[in-house]
Design a protein around this ligand. Structure first.
Ligand SMILES: Nc1ncnc2c1ncn2[C@@H]1O[C@H](COP(=O)(O)OP(=O)(O)O)[C@@H](O)[C@H]1O
Ligand SMILES: [Mg+2]
Length: 256
């Protein structure tokens, strides 16, 4: 029986506990075993591919709830580092870009297809059918690119243990697909949590380090924003819909 020492994060659909040198992510009853195994499978594949992630210990059931137990990583998150104001925002975002670039080198073969996941997630949204079909048409054709996309690399999901590389958690959305799409996913997370200036700063740093073009990344914003709608809370959902509207307007102007 796992008896938690401390609650690390309390969400509507899961709670994360520290338990000695272990971390237990306990899911609500709405999460099926397959959902939890998918996240654990992604974490294990990332670990086996050489990514800096917590080691997976086990997936088990306790009191009717599924839980994933991993190694506990001591130290602050990048979000806490940003919030403390100790370092400049640009230094913090550089850590994020470097961690993302590391993850992009992990072999992606064992992750699900990004295009297929996006199609499924966009189909689940309650967006206007004409917008949905416009977004889905963006995904026509073969998978563009084959790269590990974490898809949820917010500052909250990057741990900064002392004397060790940053460690990425929260692997439920990870896929195999286009790296530009993953950069768009981070841009959206920063835009919604930290505002436009932080998102632009990230984009400048990312493009500088990767040699990618800003425009190629931003064209993924509407589909990546739509893919976050299922399961989002109302405030986030409204912001995502705004982003979709704005970026589709830009899309039309470019004749894409
Ligand atoms: N292995 C771990 N070691 C230490 N802290 C962790 C670990 N895994 C998660 N956390 C902390 O718990 C928080 C929530 O975990 P996460 O997997 O991101 O769940 P959620 O899907 O609810 O965001 C993270 O932001 C991080 O602060
Ligand atoms: Mg998280």
């Amino acid at each position: 029986m796992i008896r938690p020492d401390r609650v690390i994060a309390l969400r509507g659909s899961q709670t994360v506990f520290q338990y000695k040198d272990l971390c237990a992510k306990v899911y609500s009853r709405t999460h099926s075993c397959a959902d939890v195994l998918r996240e654990a499978g992604n974490l294990a594949a990332a670990w086996e591919g050489g990514a800096s992630v917590p080691g997976l210990i086990e997936v088990r059931q306790q009191n009717g709830r599924w839980m994933m137990v991993t190694e506990y990583i001591p130290g602050e998150t990048l979000a806490q580092r940003i919030g403390s104001g100790k370092d400049r925002l640009s230094s913090c975002l550089r850590i994020l870009v470097q961690a993302q670039r590391h993850l992009q080198k992990v072999p992606p073969d064992r992750f699900p297809s990004l295009t297929e996941s996006l199609r499924r997630e966009i189909a689940q949204t309650s967006l206007d059918p004409s917008i949905r079909s416009k977004l889905l048409s963006r995904l026509d054709g073969p998978e563009e690119g084959s790269c590990l996309c974490h898809r949820n690399l917010s500052p909250d999901n990057l741990l900064l243990p002392a004397g060790r590389n940053p460690v990425a958690v929260d692997w439920s959305r990870a896929c195999r697909g286009n790296a530009d799409a993953d950069a768009a996913a981070v841009w959206i997370l920063l835009e919604t949590e930290y505002g436009q200036d932080a998102a632009q700063l990230y984009l400048d740093l990312y493009c500088g380090l990767s040699g990618r073009q800003e425009r190629d990344i931003l064209r993924w914003v509407p589909v990546m924003a739509a893919s976050r709608i299922p399961g989002s809370v109302q405030r986030e959902r409204e912001r995502l819909k705004d982003l979709i509207r704005q970026s589709l307007k830009g899309w039309d102007e470019y004749g894409d």
